[in-house]
Design a protein around this ligand. Structure first.
Ligand code: BDP
Length: 710
């Protein structure tokens, strides 16, 4: 198996008890709605039942008098079930119910709208595949925005892409063959994702030209039968660059008119267009600050243009100055989101949603949640997470990110001194906001299995499931994913679930524990260890390590004051060394290497131990996986094994680079005597070879012994 089927394998159910239970399912599928989405729902049901149960079904458009699945919206079902006509379903909600009709059994698959019929079919097939005895259910998603952001460029490259080239673009055009785009939309729909922004947040300046819009419309056509709405990342300078206006000042009336006309043009080509994603005044992108205008003044112009068409603006809260002075101890990138947006609360049009990265920096292995979530109480918000494993092993390392996202979603910010967990803020419950929800950066590519690492697909699956229902646990999500991906063999399920569930913690252990941030190079590829390159640049992912200690002082008392951006109850917890949790210690405080953690260990010893422990656990992945030989198909077994073997080696590289660096800087030896002695390693420079020379590497810690062979 190539992995192309992802979690939609529809493997034949083998469990006799389950087969017995599902035996009563009808073989007739009645599709009441006449639209491509309903047709896809009916076809998908037939495909799934045939694969999972070997059931050969017949399709019909009207109900006769036999047992049947009946698919429709409440309006379409009224004639068949008159007594039910009063019942309301939320637009994206669904109901799967078994009902008696005279002597016959009807399986009603009712969706508030046609996409919800699809959601219901996928859920039903998932339940059968995972041997769930309870097929009936009524569900509705937690929030209206459940989008993915692809960072694809028109030339076919992908910003932070690790799984091949773009499925949408090639050579400055939309691909002529969009088969993969349609298959992707099917995957997204299967986990309830309803929107896809197809181009990079660092948007190509030609995005809004008439020629490109015609091409984007073809992608929208491929998405539409799966109920996935296309949206675009736009650059705020477009009125100038594309429209040739002298300005892009959002308050200039010609600029507002330009956006209005442009939006009309888009909707004639793409009637179900979702809206715009905006990255402005960030990392070199143009923005309203150029004219002394605020993000809300800019967002509102776009929002007003989109309003008549029911489109939305997702304006990113990721606005910061990447030329900060690293020697200025009060400079703090973490403050930027709040500093730029908090005072604008209440000034945004109702169809503006602020898209906030879950942490205040940038998808590091461990961050607290962004304090901005608590500050925007009159504005819809979406949480942005990253399925793309940019800082988390780039789909070469297995890192199951759901526990990390759950940690963010479950963090109770205690705004207004009451319970306000992030998941209730972004779903609009805490502050009664109408829109909002969940966005994930995703980098599926042309690799047959979408994300390169077979295990990485659990993150995409899990994102969809969490966006639908953020109360699901990591255990529930991984258990579903593993069963759908590798089957129900208990040994396989147990092994994969355990491997995945611990993997975030393990990666954190051998890369950047105690909230120090991912100790990788910041300017370049964000992959291997590069501790010093994380400092001394304006990008602000600083660890502030010196001979005596490490960590960024973000306290109100002596530091950057970042902690003061949290509501008081939580700020108090972070401000005090007595209550600040160990896992965020170096994010919040600068402490001496001999500072004692709550565990009683010193900071430096924890750094050493954690790197050794993490690398040791990563080394168990391959042998644990090998115990499944013969229980997983050869291709996926082999690909995964190779990646696990690689991960074991790269985890050692991380362990040694970081431990050595801290040893070098602090001069404090490892109590267990491991650091500085690589008796189990053979350095390339120690090998006698011809045609190679030994060279020094800068920064030294990125190569063992500071040397490489070229
Ligand atoms: C950073 C990425 C960069 C993105 C940026 C963003 O390194 O490629 O453009 O985030 O989210 O993590 O805009």
């Amino acid at each position: 198996e190539t992995g192309a089927e992802a979690w939609l394998r529809y493997e034949r159910v083998a469990d006799p008890a389950a087969l017995q239970r599902y035996h009563e399912l009808p073989s007739r599928i009645v599709q009441l709605g006449e639209n491509p989405i309903a047709t896809n729902a009916a076809v998908e049901l037939a495909r799934g039942l045939s694969g999972e149960l070997g059931l050969q079904t017949q399709q019909a458009t009207t109900y006769g008098t036999e047992d049947a699945f009946v698919l429709g919206t409440p309006a379409e079902l009224t004639n068949l079930l008159p007594g039910e006509s009063q019942r309301q379903l939320p637009p994206e909600g669904f109901r799967i119910a078994r009902e008696r009709m005279g002597k016959h059994t009807l399986w009603i698959i009712e969706g508030g709208t046609p996409p919800a019929e699809l959601f219901a079919v996928f859920r039903l097939l998932e339940k059968i595949a995972t041997l769930n005895p309870q097929l009936e259910s009524t569900e509705a998603p937690s929030a209206p925005v459940r989008w993915v952001n692809q960072w694809d460029n028109p030339d076919g490259s992908i910003e932070r892409g690790y799984a091949g080239r773009s499925i949408f673009f090639d050579a400055s055009h939309v691909r002529s063959d969009l088969t993969r785009a349609a298959e992707y939309a099917r995957l997204l729909a299967s986990v309830g994702i309803n929107g896809c922004t197809v181009n990079n947040v660092n948007s190509d300046l030609r995005t809004l030209t008439p020629e490109m819009l015609h091409e984007f419309a073809r992608i929208a056509d491929a998405f539409r039968p799966w109920g996935v709405r296309l949206s675009l990342s736009v650059d705020l300078s477009s009125p100038q660059v594309v429209g040739h206006l002298p300005t892009f000042d959002p308050l200039d009336p010609t600029v507002a008119t330009w956006w209005q006309k442009k939006v009309e043009e888009i909707y004639t080509l793409i009637p179900d267009f979702g809206g715009f994603v905006v990255k402005a005044d960030s990392e070199g992108r143009a923005g309203p600050s150029q004219y002394g205008r605020t993000p809300s003044q800019a967002a509102n112009v776009l929002a007003r243009a989109l309003q008549p068409h029911h489109g939305v603006v997702l304006y990113r809260g990721f606005v910061y100055n990447h030329h900060l002075d690293w020697q200025d101890l009060k400079a703090d990138r973490a403050r930027a989101g709040y500093d730029n947006f908090a005072s604008l609360d209440g000034t945004f049009e109702p169809n503006v949603i602020i898209q906030v990265k879950h942490g205040p920096i940038d998808f590091q292995i461990r961050e607290p949640v962004s304090p901005l979530f608590a500050a925007l109480q009159h504005t819809s918000q979406a949480i942005e997470v990253q399925t793309t494993q940019e800082y988390t092993g780039q789909q070469r390392h297995m890192v199951f990110l759901i526990p990390m996202w759950k940690t963010a979603l479950d963090t109770d910010l205690r705004a207004q001194n009451r319970s306000t967990p992030v998941k209730e803020i972004v779903t609009g419950k805490s502050f009664h906001q109408p829109l909002g929800g969940f966005v994930s950066v995703v980098n599926v590519g042309l690799d047959a299995n979408w994300l390169h690492h077979p295990m990485a697909m659990a993150n995409l699956y899990g994102f969809g499931r969490l966006a639908w229902n953020p109360d699901l646990t990591s255990e529930q999500i991984i258990n579903e994913w593993t069963r759908l991906t590798f089957g129900n063999n208990p040994k396989v399920v147990d092994t994969v679930n355990h491997l995945q569930l611990d993997s975030w913690k393990v990666y954190e252990q051998y890369t950047g524990p105690l909230g120090i941030g991912t100790l990788t190079d910041i300017i370049g590829v964000h992959y291997g260890p590069g501790i010093e390159s994380a400092e001394r640049n304006g990008w602000g992912q600083w660890l502030r390590a010196d001979h005596n200690g490490a960590g960024m002082d973000r306290t109100v008392a002596t530091g950057t004051g970042f902690i003061g951006q949290y509501p008081p109850e939580l700020a108090r917890v972070y401000e005090s060394l007595t209550t600040c949790p160990d896992e965020l210690l170096l994010f919040m405080h600068h402490v001496h290497y001999t500072h004692e953690l709550h565990t009683g260990k010193t900071v430096i010893q924890h750094i050493y131990d954690s790197h050794y422990e993490g690398a040791a656990t990563a080394a168990t992945y391959a042998p644990r996986w090998e115990s499944l030989h013969g229980l997983v198909d050869n291709q996926r077994f082999g690909e995964t094994l190779k990646l696990f073997q690689y991960q074991a080696g790269h985890a050692m590289v991380w362990r040694d680079a970081v431990s050595e660096w801290f040893f070098h800087l602090s001069g404090i030896p490892d109590a267990q005597g491991r650091v500085g002695h690589h008796s189990n390693r053979i350095e390339a420079e120690a090998i006698t070879s011809t045609g190679y020379t030994v060279t020094d590497v800068h920064p030294w810690e990125t190569a063992s012994g500071g040397k490489a062979v070229i």
